[in-house]
Write a protein that binds this ligand. Structure first.
Ligand code: FAD
Length: 486
């Protein structure tokens, strides 16, 4: 039996373990944190209908997510440094395209559905050494040693697993965030509480500075004081981030000319954590190695604008678990999982890295009239993407079908592959053409040679593992039904 080690109990690593365990496959998760709540996990995340929510549904956790998610906090408002409103978005009450959840809540929610004995907290991976045939020896800072046939690197941007696959290293984005928080917001920070309202407030200067504030649960506001700056900016400026007085004085100076209403975001935080933003090069691919793979930030850390990071980590995890459960070998599972994951991440990373740089005026002229991205369009795109993903997945596979002809039944093998690039496939090994997916219905034209050579115009719908359709020839139409053979 294949032994699986997942390095990293962030959202991606935990979800992968949860789903493997649902499939009856053992996996052990190792994380450097002492426990799921040992560290402040950070601010709020929105889980998109077409990625994060699909993964949670696959893991049987969508209901638990929606029970704590904050639908009303999908609202967004954009202002300039004088506080002038540039744009706003208010979701309607039934909009579940991208509800928010506190990071800590998300991690705890998934961790609660992983077998506790399978998570080894306090295990910081120091080295992973190939032994033979894809097997690796894992050494941890606490002295523990383990071996695994498959090592899944879910250990974030500074992954210790990634060097087994590629030399690619994170590159500094040009932007650093200071994580800020305002507890007991309505009582202790009423001005900020009113300004943030529901959801997010984006305040953007023309000076490479920004404030991004977000409503969290339990009367907490969190966010980021964001700066276009060099790595190690604090040391260069002689500022100790652990000294709030010195840091606040530095920020006041750096944000000179900002509205007095916004300044308390700089000066009144209950704590400051420095989070420099690093991207991995994109596209990032590697030669397949049957004993190692990556998911989430370890595979494709990208800029935060677009909010894809955690959503992709969750979807990667779900797809990897499905592939491991569905394929006969790990090798086959990784061949099924990695190319799609890498291609999807490359597209989104390119967009979010460019959006992050452009927001801070890096390598582009500052936009004097920055419109807020069209949030309603993004929400529609998440919903449409979810429908497309579900039908792609429903059709994709190998099917054994039986045509009901006047002369009895005739069995054939139908292969269907639906991707974002289109539909391809074959009937009894002969590629079909003119394939389109129209809602729930697949249409394609296929050639047969028996009982006579002909071209058939086919339609098909899928219900779980059953496919039903018709094949039309100028002189007759026959029905077919079939089942998934793979
Ligand atoms: C400032 C900021 C804002 C962001 N905002 C958003 C947003 O709004 N929306 C969004 O979708 N994404 C956002 N992201 C990105 C998001 O946080 C990540 O994409 C997401 O957390 C990735 O999940 P993951 O499971 O791959 O990795 P992580 O969440 O990074 O988890 C990695 C885990 O691995 C563990 N680990 C690391 N090294 C080791 C080791 N050597 N041994 C053992 N364990 C180890 C860590 O303790 C951690 O638990 C933001 C990121 C930043 C920095």
């Amino acid at each position: 039996m294949t032994s699986i080690a997942i390095i990293g109990a962030g959202p991606g690593g935990l979800l992968c373990a949860r789903m493997l365990q649902q499939h009856g496959i053992d996996a052990t998760v190792y994380d450097s944190d002492a426990s799921a709540d040992a560290r402040d996990a950070g601010g709020s995340l929105d889980l998109h209908a077409d990625t994060g929510q699909i993964a949670l549904a696959d893991a049987g956790l969508l209901g638990a997510f929606l029970a704590v998610a904050r639908i009303e906090d999908q609202a967004k408002r954009s202002v300039d440094r004088h506080g002038t409103v540039l744009g706003s978005f208010v979701p309607d009450e039934h909009d579940t395209a991208a509800p928010e959840i506190d990071r800590g809540q998300l991690r705890a929610l998934i961790a609660a559905h992983v077998r506790p004995e399978s998570v080894r907290w306090g295990h910081k991976l120091t080295t992973a050494t190939p032994i033979n045939e894809g097997r690796h020896r894992l050494t941890f800072a606490n002295g523990a040693i383990a071996e695994a046939d498959l090592v899944i690197g879910a250990d974030g941007v500074w992954s210790r697993v990634r060097p087994l696959l590629t030399d690619a290293a994170p590159e500094y984005s040009g932007v650093s965030f200071l994580d800020v928080r305002y507890d007991d917001a309505d009582r202790r920070h009423p001005g900020l509480d009113r300004l943030v309202g529901k959801g997010h407030l984006f305040a953007r200067g023309d000076d490479g500075n920004a404030i991004i504030a977000q409503r969290n649960s339990n009367n907490v506001i969190r966010g980021y004081v964001a700066m276009r700056t060099e790595p190690g900016w604090a040391a260069r400026a002689g500022v100790d981030v652990g000294d709030p007085g010195a840091l606040r004085a530095y920020l006041r100076e750096r944000f000179a000319g900002w509205s007095a209403d916004l300044v308390p975001f700089l000066t009144d935080s209950d704590g400051y954590v420095d989070r420099a933003i690093w991207f991995l090069p994109t596209p990032l691919t590697w030669a397949p190695n049957p004993g190692v793979t990556l998911l989430g930030d370890a595979a494709h850390a990208m800029g935060p604008f677009g909010g894809f990071g955690v959503n992709l980590a969750l979807l990667d995890a779900a797809e990897l678990a499905h592939a491991i459960a569905g394929e006969a070998t790990v090798d086959a599972a990784l061949r099924r999982y990695e190319p799609g994951m890498q291609a999807r991440a490359a597209t989104l990373a390119k967009a979010s890295n460019a959006a992050t740089r452009s927001f801070f005026g890096i390598d582009v002229e500052h936009d004097p009239d920055p419109a807020m991205p069209d949030q309603a369009a993004s929400h529609r795109a998440y919903e449409q993407g979810a429908a497309r993903y579900r039908s792609e997945r429903a059709f994709t596979g190998d099917w054994t079908i039986a045509f009901q002809t006047g002369g009895g039944t005739q069995v054939a093998e139908l292969a269907i592959r639906v991707t974002a690039d289109g539909v391809t496939g074959a009937l009894d090994g002969r590629p079909f053409d003119s394939a389109t997916l129209d809602g729930d219905e697949l249409r394609f034209k296929a050639r047969i040679t028996s009982p006579f050579p002909a071209k058939l115009a086919c339609t098909a719908t899928v219900d779980g593992d059953t496919i039903t359709g018709t094949a039309k020839h100028p002189v007759l139409t026959v029905g077919f039904t079939g089942a998934r053979s793979h």
